[in-house]
Design a protein around this ligand. Structure first.
Ligand code: TXA
Ligand code: MG
Length: 330
């Protein structure tokens, strides 16, 4: 189907209370009319997402935020002016009109204006804000291609719009404006440094503090089936003899022979390319039925912060390789 026709059909589905998977620049989302509680409930069912985990409301125009929130603090305005459309989500005090199911009963709402042309057209044609989480079963990696969505949720959604691979590859950065000083709730596609260059220092939440309102911040989330280990070292690899180990590498390395398979996220070591490849690479490795995936770590600067955040959450609760082996006797 031609893109424009598919988008019109998708918009019709949204208007009639259906759910549609669609590309954004970060990851694929699973969307419904944000003002239709029954449609939004289906998203929770399909994803097996707990109802205490609120959704992001996607808009096609910054002016649309006004109807959704009580007030837009000046720092929030500065950030949205600078980074919208794009991978930034702001959490603000919500207006009454947003159904409780969208915000999990919280007095706040997370809002973002994506930059992907298909996402923007879909929202415009639907003529409503679109509530959408990432289009994956709860707790698994976010999809960065239409194929990923098809594999996991294919028969349960009304339509999948295919916009190719997501160029950013990690989810949006979430900043809340509920206190005097803005707070980073989730590192993502816009780096902390970029944000602080516009509005100054942010508070950075320890995981415990945001747990009730942002399960995406749970220590173990975005997890593949194969254990991922970050805390390993070359010398210890002998203890894995006879096991199928995969290496998730950031750039070309020399040790490929030791591993059953290797995914190089960016041959030239480009962090943007690495982020864009991250989830698809982990999915490919997860499909190989390896005993273990060991991942390289990178400095937590720029997009490196979001990448390391997702890797930690995808990894086995922070266990070292030895601890993991003891525990599971792989
Ligand atoms: O890049 C993205 O943000 C993608 C695309 C599809 O837009 N969406 C996404 O949605 O990652 P989701 O549902 O997978 O993650 C949204 C996160 C969750 O951790 C949720 O708990 C948090 O945002 N969140 C939503 N509303 C919130 C609120 N009012 N207060 C605090 N956290 C909130
Ligand atoms: Mg998600």
């Amino acid at each position: 189907m031609k893109d424009s026709r598919a988008i019109l059909q998708a918009a019709k589905i949204i208007q009639h209370g259906g759910i549609v998977a669609f590309p954004t620049e970060t990851v694929y989302g699973l969307g419904a009319d944000a003002f239709n509680p029954l449609a939004v409930a289906r998203i929770f069912e399909v994803k097996r997402r707990p109802y205490f985990d609120p959704l992001i409301v996607h808009v096609a125009n910054p002016a649309d935020v006004k109807n959704l929130v009580k007030e837009i603090p000046s720092n929030a305005k500065k950030l949205t002016e600078r980074f919208w459309p794009g991978p930034l989500t702001v959490v603000l005090f919500k207006e009454e009109n947003i159904p409780d199911i969208v915000t999990a009963g919280l007095p706040t709402v997370a809002i973002r204006m994506p930059s992907h042309p298909m996402a923007l057209s879909l929202i415009k044609e639907s003529r409503c804000p679109i509530a959408a989480p990432s289009a994956n079963p709860f707790g698994y990696l976010s999809p960065t291609t239409a194929e990923h969505v098809r594999e996991q949720l294919g028969d349960q959604v009304d339509l999948i719009l295919d916009g190719g691979p997501c160029p950013v590859g990690v989810e949006s950065t979430i900043v809340s404006f509920l206190e005097e000083r803005p707070r980073l709730l989730r590192p993502g596609g816009v780096s902390l440094e970029e944000i602080e260059s516009v509005i100054g220092k942010l508070k950075i939440s320890p995981i415990e503090e945001v747990r009730p309102s942002a399960p995406g911040m749970l220590p173990k989330h975005y997890a593949p089936r194969t254990p991922i280990v970050l805390d390993w070292n070359e010398k210890n690899l002998d203890i894995y003899k006879g096991k199928k180990i995969g290496l998730l590498a950031f750039q070309e390395t020399k040790n490929h022979l030791k591993f059953h398979s290797v995914e190089v996220l960016s041959k030239k070591g480009d962090i943007r390319e690495a982020a864009a490849n991250l989830f698809a690479a982990i999915r490919r490795m997860d499909a190989l039925k390896l005993d273990l995936i060991v991942a390289e770590t990178i400095p937590e600067i720029g997009l490196g912060r979001a990448i390391m955040d997702r890797l930690r959450r995808a990894s086995s609760g922070g266990l070292s390789s030895e601890e993991l082996i003891k525990q599971s006797e792989i």
